[in-house]
Design a protein around this ligand. Structure first.
Ligand code: ADP
Ligand code: MG
Length: 652
């Protein structure tokens, strides 16, 4: 990736001279900004004074790198560009240039900040596209001597012929966030980064919220999916997430105990059910531990004996008797007549009613079968272990498409996966095999604290990964359209930001804050970025830079509803209407009973006709058959022999 720096001061790229110098910006005459078109030089376009254009300013042995922020005409020339007012005179446009970084020409280094300020009369040149590319690759070289692994993710916005590569260190080294409004291109960017990383011996996991990454294909990729439900046409293996892989706080997040009594009773119930795993003789026959009116001593002794298992957050317990067990916990601690016995049911039963109902409905619900009734399915933990130990696999896609949205289920599951990975990281598993975890639609998972004032549950695995994962070789790349919903502690740890179009003011503020050093002016460009365009900001990127992300081969399947298909009305064609431009059908003939082929390859008999298509082919069709015309598939829904009419419906 070593590349020479093109000489920055090329007369052909001359743009103007500095006329006023401020601490962080200069004003300059930009005579070329008044001309109506741009020039080409050696095949590269030179804008010569467009807003957003990168420039270099001469400053002895240094060159100051900057960006044009605004261009305008002096007040007295304002009207001369008005065509109705007669001939154009010579214009003298001026512009403001933000100073961004310093290029040391003799040492060929670039440092953020301004080493020395330009002087009045310093000449301004349009930056060569290769200078921009060089800056990124030079910054990469600073960290690692050898940069044979680099990801070719983007090209320059103005000049698609100049590709921009970044090293994994620059991109993920300190975590990465891909931000932007829906439709800005986040998922495509994630797909492109993944595809590029797969060219190397990488290890990646993606939590796929919507299943849209199913098209990623290759021998080095495993797909698993959690929960049952409609699926995209992928071949993901179904897996379970048994509740014994969750810890207590996860269960609390799921069951949301509220008020003063529910939390403690839920905890008690779980402890009791754990005890039954160790002392089955205490089982009342229905899987419950009934304490009321029983002698306290034997039960207390059993708890003491098995305290290690009972108190351990990861010990197994049977989930189905949980709701009933909560009821069994709602008792007086002592009998009225004897302290040796537990008392009867107390009024707390009433307080816990809502909790019991919630537990019951969640545990029994088909949506949560993958958690509470996992059957024989392999578990997520097993799938992750298998993936990590298989050197032939580079990417594990975990589809969370069918994980329910209610009861914090998505947050809980993602958080638990994060915790599994963090535990492995702390054991040192990723030191020599760094793992990057991608989270698309991260706002669905990385949410907040759950609970009320009596009981707060923090789902913080990804916060912890953001804070400490780096030193263990575990980094994350999150993509989201709602940066303001990402916990501040996670966002502030992101070393690299790829920011697509971002309109909402509050989101932009969040980005400005997270980026720390990002100059406000770079943020001003965010609402105007096109699809796939992004500003890359990072500790290892010398200046925030607009890039065009390259399109991935396996494009994420993120289409919105297709109204043209689903809302379209059937079309009826009679022989007189033909040829028809919409369907491409040229003629229909030979109405009658005959054999024809259905889309699945079967043949059947019924009313048919012969259809001639644009390409000259002719086929015999009947009800249910599909023809392709004008690159669209049409299903035949009716053939009317009397009127010689054919009714079709658009399929795609
Ligand atoms: N790098 C790109 N180049 C060209 N078009 C893109 C690019 N990235 C995204 N697009 C366009 O934008 C659309 C939305 O992209 P997507 O990644 O699904 O957005 P997001 O995930 O931010 O909602 C895509 O369908 C595609 O048409
Ligand atoms: Mg998306």
């Amino acid at each position: 990736m070593s590349e020479s720096l093109p000489h920055p001061f090329d007369n052909q790229r001359y743009m103007g001279t500095v006329t006023q110098v401020g601490p962080s910006s200069v004003r300059a005459n930009l005579p070329l900004a008044g001309s109506t078109g741009s020039r080409l030089h050696h095949g590269h376009r030179i804008a010569g004074g467009e807003v957003g254009e990168f420039v270099v300013i001469e400053c002895d042995e240094l060159a100051i790198f900057g960006r044009v922020l605004d261009v305008r005409l002096p007040e007295k020339e304002r009207l001369t560009v008005e065509p109705s007012l007669g001939a154009r005179e010579e214009l003298h446009p001026v512009g403001t240039i933000q100073l961004l970084a310093t290029l040391d020409l003799s040492r060929k280094t670039i440092t953020p900040g301004i080493g020395r300020h330009p002087r009045l009369g310093s000449r301004v040149y349009s930056a060569h596209p290769r200078t921009v590319r060089w800056m990124i690759s030079d910054a990469a070289r600073k960290n690692t001597a050898e940069t044979s692994v680099s990801l070719d993710v983007a090209c320059l916005t103005d000049d698609p012929s100049v590709s921009i590569s970044v090293t994994p260190e620059q991109l993920f080294g300190r975590h990465c966030a891909v931000l932007g409004t829906t439709g800005g291109g986040k998922s495509w960017t994630v797909a492109r980064i993944i595809e590029q990383a797969l060219r190397f011996n990488s290890k990646l996991i993606i939590l796929d919220a919507t299943g849209e990454f199913w098209k990623l294909d290759g021998d080095c990729i495993s797909h698993i999916t959690l929960g049952e439900g409609p699926r995209l046409p992928d071949e993901a293996t179904e897996v379970s997430f048994p509740h014994c892989d969750l810890i207590e706080s996860d269960l609390f997040a799921l069951f949301r105990p509220s008020g003063q009594s529910q939390g403690p009773k839920l905890r008690e119930a779980i402890r009791s059910l754990r005890l039954l795993q160790k002392v089955p003789t205490l089982d009342d026959g229905n899987g419950n531990l009934v304490k009321r009116n029983q002698k306290r001593r034997p039960i207390e002794a059993a708890f003491a004996l098995h305290s290690e298992y009972v108190e351990s957050a990861r010990s197994f317990f049977a989930a189905s008797p949980l709701a009933k067990q909560i009821r069994e916990e709602c008792i007086w601690p002592f009998d009225r007549n004897s302290e040796d016995f537990y008392g009867g049911l107390s009024q707390e039963e009433g307080y816990c009613l809502t909790l019991m109902m919630r537990v019951e409905s969640i545990v029994e619900s088909a949506d949560y079968a993958c958690v509470f009734a996992p059957g024989e399915l392999p578990t997520v933990c097993q799938a992750i272990d298998e993936f990590l130990s298989d050197t032939a696999k580079s990417l594990l896609r975990i589809s969370l498409q069918n994980v329910p949205f209610g009861n914090n289920a998505r947050e809980v599951v993602a958080n638990a996966i994060g915790r599994i990975l963090l535990d492995k990281a702390r054991e040192g598993m990723f030191r020599e095999q760094p793992l990057v975890v991608f989270l698309d639609e991260a706002h669905q998972f990385l949410n907040r604290t759950i609970g009320d004032e009596h009981l707060k549950v923090e789902l913080e695995s990804f916060g912890l990964i953001a804070k400490e994962g780096r030193k263990y070789g575990l980094t994350i790349c999150i993509a989201t359209q709602r940066p303001r919903d990402i916990p501040q502690d996670v966002l502030s740890q992101m070393g690299t930001l790829l920011v697509h179009r971002l309109i909402n003011d509050r989101d932009r503020e969040v980005v400005e804050r997270a980026a720390g050093e990002i100059d406000r002016s770079a943020a001003e460009f965010l609402p105007t970025l096109g699809p796939g365009e992004a500003v890359i900001i990072g500790v290892d990127i010398p200046v925030p830079m607009a890039i065009q992300v390259q399109t991935p081969d396996a494009k994420p399947d993120s289409r919105g509803p297709d109204y043209q298909v689903y809302w379209s009305l059937p079309v009826t064609l009679t022989a007189d209407d033909l040829p028809d431009a919409e369907t491409g059908i040229q003629a229909v003939t030979a109405f009658g009973i005959a054999e024809y082929e259905l889309p699945d390859g079967e043949t059947t008999e019924g009313m048919t006709c012969d259809v001639s298509l644009e390409d000259g082919s002719e086929i015999t069709v009947g009800e249910g058959a599909v023809v392709r015309g004008c690159r669209i598939a049409w299903e035949i829904i009716q053939i009317d022999e009397d009127d010689e009419a054919l009714t079709l419906r658009r399929l795609e």
